[in-house]
Design a protein around this ligand. Structure first.
Ligand code: F3S
Length: 391
């Protein structure tokens, strides 16, 4: 793999032991995947921030590093809200360790925004190369923004953040971003606006790790977010296209892309709708991936003047909550809580419930294993109705 003179110096240890180790990680990764060179990145998002997932060994590793990140870098959600962990019922020992993890990352110059929606923080644009970790964020960056990132592990994203570069392979390369399978959505007119997560839940199982091109749907950005997050959870989809909607789908057709030889999979909206309905639950969780400002508005307008009788948790990035304080205040007036930094899957706080209702295809897939609870999917309206109903 070709390295610039500065990179060679880093590899030789001229800029310290931590940078040398980080460059070693990137070079090893590049060699495994046949990268011909490194490419500069504009931002990084680092997974491995929850003490629930990294434990003591991970904490010690982060503490051992002695360098600062070279590009804007944020973290994936952690195991608790930094201010509200007592109210969330988080154990004192876990909270102390989680705060130590956060502090170790802060020393590296990482912004303490812990979110799976870093794209709401205005740190990326079309064509940027990134090193992001969280699967739904990777999917959104690649598909909805038209930026370029592989799905990085925590250590490789951190290495790229410190060096400011990543190996040029996989989805960084234009030729590797072509559709590999077509998805036709049958009966798309009947798809409820909140059912894109459930569509992704089914589509992910069908396509695995291939790059799908959807036809017959016209999702907005929040719907694309839900679709991509679910496909990354039930499959391993890191990039998808929607004909006439996502930025690269336009470029593909402008360049005369002919995909007629690809396999076509049909997904019926009646199969998507069959996922809905089920028994009452004992908690409701919204915000997987973390809510946008518009989604906070929608939740607030459904809760206005109502009181929840079951725990209702909403998750959003700190910056998004600050930008829409009015919606947060309305939601919390109902008795629901809006948390930053964490989510229904990575926080141990949700493990006390037996059944959780969500409006997300990704959470539908992850809650049973990660929280030990039954999961049920509903539209946003159905989720709010469940939280305010006594049955
Ligand atoms: Fe985000 Fe947690 Fe869902 S990290 S995508 S809210 S599982």
């Amino acid at each position: 793999m070709y390295l610039e003179a500065e990179d060679e110096k880093i590899l030789a240890g001229e800029y310290g032991e931590t940078r040398r180790k980080m460059m070693e990680i990137l070079v090893a990764l590049g060699k495994v995947f046949g990268a011909e060179k490194m490419v500069p990145i504009t931002s990084a998002q680092v997974a491995g921030a929850s003490y629930k997932t990294i434990g003591e060994w991970g904490l010690e590793w982060i503490r051992s590093l002695d360098a600062r990140v070279a590009v804007p870098t944020v973290l994936n959600p952690i195991g608790m809200s930094r201010e509200g962990w007592r109210e969330m019922g988080i154990d004192e020992d876990f909270a102390a360790k989680q705060l130590e993890v956060i502090d170790a990352y802060r020393r590296l110059g990482i912004k303490l925004e812990c979110t799976c929606t870093p794209y709401y923080l205005n740190i990326t644009r079309y064509g940027d190369h990134l090193a992001w970790s969280e699967s739904s964020a990777v999917s959104y960056a690649n598909s909805v923004i038209g930026a370029r990132t592989n799905r990085e592990g925590g250590p490789s994203a951190l290495a790229a953040a410190i060096i400011g570069k990543t190996p040029y392979y996989g989805l960084h390369v234009w030729e590797n971003r072509m559709p590999q399978v077509i998805i036709e959505v049958e009966g798309a007119d009947a798809l409820h606006p909140d059912q894109y997560g459930a569509l992704g839940y089914i589509a992910g199982k069908e396509v695995g790790n291939r790059i799908p091109l959807f036809r017959g749907i016209r999702p907005n950005r929040d719907q694309l977010k839900a679709l991509g997050a679910a496909m990354a959870a039930t499959g391993a989809v890191a990039l998808y296209h929607v004909e006439g909607i996502t930025p690269e789908s336009r470029v593909l057709s402008e360049r005369g892309g002919d995909f007629s030889a690809l396999e076509t999979i049909a997904i019926s909206v009646s199969d998507v709708q069959a996922l809905y309905g089920g028994d009452p639950v004992d908690a409701v969780a919204i915000g997987c991936p973390h809510c946008s400002e518009d989604e906070l508005d929608a939740i607030a307008s459904l809760l206005k003047g109502k009181k929840v009788v079951k725990p209702l948790f909403v998750f959003a990035a700190r910056g998004v909550m600050e930008a829409n304080r009015a919606a947060v205040a309305t939601i919390e007036k109902s008795g629901a809580r809006v948390w930053a930094d964490t989510c229904m899957v990575v926080s141990p706080a949700m493990e006390r419930f037996d059944a959780i209702m969500v409006n997300s295809g990704k959470a539908l897939a992850y809650v049973p294993n990660m929280c030990g609870a039954r999961s049920r999917i509903g539209t946003l309206e159905e989720c709010i109705a469940e939280a305010v109903s006594k049955t």
